[in-house]
Ligand binder design. Structure first.
Ligand code: SF4
Length: 340
């Protein structure tokens, strides 16, 4: 297994004069920090919430002149590696995360793995997000300095400031520089373009986590299959977050997990919308919140909505041919209904 290379602090020999007197700046705490920052390269696994906040995280570091390496696209090999590294009962996205993290080890000095407990007033994230830095450290035998793990546990500015301090400090930057960098990164992130639309013969709502639907190797396959038939897809990300949470509060106020609440709200909304011809629930093997939420959605929302629906559960063994067959059969059913 490759190992993260912590930056070594080296003096530049070119800065040593022939008479032996060093022209290099004195070794002050500030200079050591600057030199350290120069040899830092932050790796970010392209998995889990990278699919929502990746651009924000990347820009935060690049605004601070810190090079960033994002892991490549998901492949079967990345998934297989993650599966062999993870505990058996881990959910599929966590296995994938570990595969992506491992692929960065040889080329980065640090991994950015935020500890996210919650960032919404009313909801929490599932425990995997809170434990992610520890899981990564333990899996790869890394020390605390090699994993940049800001603690995100709240929605108030003070909490954000604490997280910025940790992330900026880990790469030798001040809180002030970190806050300015974060502000700029946030502005850019908020201006990101909405999902592309386009002509379509029908619309299917895919209900699943962003890190499943936006990963070309997982949900991307389903989107491509439908697109090949001229079918447009909408996802929970296409629905304003506030609208989705309001739906959930109305229909399932007991939902505690933020990502499940987003899915439930989107399912309730799309099940009513006349331009949505059918719904596909895309869940992951090993996801506790999904297993409860899918049951609820199937019994309370989908069975009575009068639209065809399909429940797909993906795991590392799921064959592409099997998914394609089920999605195509589902779309045939939608088309038959639309013609009636
Ligand atoms: S919500 Fe489910 S899929 Fe997502 S990290 Fe938690 S257990 Fe895994």
């Amino acid at each position: 297994m490759a190992r993260l290379q912590l930056p070594a602090i080296k003096r530049d020999p070119a800065k040593i004069l022939a008479n032996g007197k060093a022209t290099a700046p004195p070794v002050t705490e500030k200079n050591v920090k600057e030199e350290k920052a120069m040899s830092i390269n932050v790796g970010i696994p392209q998995a889990l919430l990278y699919h929502e906040f990746g651009e924000l995280w990347r820009n935060f570091f690049t605004n601070l002149d810190i090079p960033v390496t994002v892991s490549g696209a998901t492949t079967k090999r990345v998934l297989d590696r993650g599966t062999s590294l993870a505990e058996d009962e881990s959910c599929l996205p966590l296995k994938l995360y570990l595969g992506h993290a491992e692929s960065l080890l040889g080329s980065c000095s640090h991994l950015f793995v935020p500890r996210i407990v919650r960032y919404h007033r009313d909801f929490f994230l599932c425990a995997k997000f809170a434990g992610l830095p520890d899981i990564v450290r333990n899996t790869f035998g890394l020390n605390a300095g090699q994993v940049i793990a800001p603690n995100i546990d709240g929605y108030r500015p003070l909490c954000r400031l604490g997280a910025i301090r940790t992330a900026a400090g880990a790469v030798g930057r001040s809180l002030l520089a970190g806050a300015a960098s974060y502000r700029r990164a946030l502005q850019t992130w908020r201006q990101r373009p909405p999902a592309a639309g386009g002509p379509a013969v029908g619309k299917v709502a895919l209900i699943g986590h962003s890190y499943v639907l936006r990963d070309p190797f997982l949900g991307g396959e389903i989107i491509a299959l439908l697109a090949a038939r001229g079918v447009a897809t909408v996802t929970p990300a296409d629905l304003d977050g506030k609208a989705a949470y309001a739906e959930t509060r109305r229909h399932a106020p007991e939902v505690y997990w933020q990502l499940s609440a987003r899915l439930a709200g989107a399912a309730c909304h799309y099940a009513r919308r006349p331009d949505v011809a059918g719904l596909v629930l895309v869940s992951c093997f090993g996801c506790g919140p999904d297993s409860l939420m899918n049951e609820y959605l199937e019994q309370q929302v989908l069975k009575d909505c009068g639209k065809p629906y399909l429940v797909l559960s993906l795991d590392e063994q799921t064959g592409r041919a099997g998914v394609a067959t089920r999605v195509e059969a589902f779309w045939d059913l939608v088309e038959r209904r639309r013609r009636q």
